[in-house]
Design a protein around this ligand. Structure first.
Ligand code: AHG
Ligand code: MN
Ligand code: MN
Ligand code: MN
Length: 362
């Protein structure tokens, strides 16, 4: 009977966040409204990714982004979807996206008119707009990578969306400083992975929970309650193709993974090339994910605001660690919105080893 009850007691992501909400009455449901719009964006991208090949959504969009990368059609579409969904939530004041050179300062007047034109979800957005009421409340700043792992789109390998949320500090004088904050100030962070299933992993600062989209219900259902990363792991995840340019400590650490001194068995290498997929596997199975600095890119490749910070936030909330080679990742204070940083994140004990190697280097 218990199993039966459990099966029908669906814990949807909305219900979960509402429960959370009751712990923060001051936010007056604004976060629930924001999250519902992020969830809508994820559902749309999930459905587009699933039919990308059929809907001629693969291939290049013929533009390049501020990163100097050729934008894929899905990069551009996903970016538009999230920007519009976040604006129509009526709860955001600044948006930072990997695909946009400048931050978007959300003008209250924009909100009402923003009717997102992508077919079936038009009605949902309208409904949400009604739900969120006509007022535009400047509450949150959202930093996001609308489509992470773009190099994997055309071959159908898992990709994802990454996001982080800051509470605005001074809503009457909103400046870029609102998003040039250390990751430890984030209110929430999460990612959605578009793989064999669509899984949304979220933390609002009290642990990490995973939700899987049930396409027949169109709802994200709680499937991974209170995720904790194993203290140690047997997998390391890095692009070995950059080994020639690594610094001493990184080289030593990877060497140790492959030729352990203490007679332990070597670690397995797993590298998908989509941060969301590599981090999701690391979170569930344990191990270490690294994108180190190298001679060509002294700050590594991953972007602080919408890749390093959200994933580091989740790792710490799940009992793991995240280190830049110099400091705790979440303590880093960014000075530019597309700034990069080296990152070592994953099982607590694995990151401890890397911290020791960098400390010895000093
Ligand atoms: P994005 O597709 O959003 O630009 O991010 C790609 C990132 C990240 O997903 C992944 O971990 C990394 O690029 C892979 O880089 P390499 O191909 O250099 O290993
Ligand atoms: Mn990119
Ligand atoms: Mn990315
Ligand atoms: Mn991206």
């Amino acid at each position: 009977h218990e199993a039966e009850a459990h099966r029908t007691d669906l814990m949807t992501i909305t219900r979960y966040v509402l429960n959370e909400q009751s712990r923060h009455p001051e936010s007056r449901g604004d976060f629930t409204i924001l999250l519902s719009h992020i969830v809508l964006g994820c559902k749309f991208v999930c459905s587009s990714v699933n039919k990308a090949g059929l809907a001629k959504l693969i291939g290049l969009a013929g533009e390049t982004n501020v990163q100097g990368e050729e934008q894929k059609k899905l990069d551009v579409l996903s970016n538009e979807v999230f920007v519009k969904a976040l604006i129509s939530s009526g709860r955001t004041c600044i948006l930072v996206s990997e695909e946009d050179e400048e931050a978007t300062f959300v003008d209250p007047s924009l909100r009402g008119k923003y009717v997102v034109t992508f077919g079936w979800t038009l009605l949902i957005i309208l409904a949400f707009t009604e739900l969120s009421g006509s007022s535009h409340v400047c509450r949150y700043c959202v930093v996001f990578d609308p489509l992470d792992g773009s190099s994997n789109i055309d071959c159908g390998v898992s990709i994802g969306t990454i996001f982080g949320v800051y509470m605005v500090k001074d809503k009457d004088n909103v400046t870029l400083d609102e998003v040039l904050q250390p990751g430890k100030n984030m209110l929430a962070a999460g990612y959605c992975m578009y793989g064999s299933s669509c899984t949304l992993v979220l933390s609002t600062g009290s642990g990490v929970n995973g939700f899987t989209l049930d396409p027949s219900l169109g709802e994200f259902i709680l499937t991974h309650p209170d995720i904790k990363i194993p203290k140690k792991g047997k997998i390391y995840s890095v692009n070995e193709g950059n080994a020639k340019n690594w610094d001493g400590p990184t080289t030593k650490y990877v060497e140790k993974c492959k030729f352990p001194k203490d007679g332990a068995s070597p670690k397995s290498l797993r590298y998908i090339g989509s941060m969301v997929a590599d981090v999701h596997r690391t979170l569930l199975y344990g191990g270490i994910f690294l994108y180190p600095a190298d001679k060509k890119s002294p700050n590594g490749k991953l972007r602080v605001l919408y890749e390093v910070f959200p994933m580091s936030f989740l790792m710490e909330q799940a009992g793991g660690q995240a280190f830049t080679g110099k400091q705790r990742a979440l303590d880093l204070v960014p000075t530019k919105i597309h700034q990069r940083s080296p990152i070592f994140l994953g099982s607590y004990d694995e990151v401890e080893e890397i911290k020791a190697l960098y400390a010895a280097e000093k």
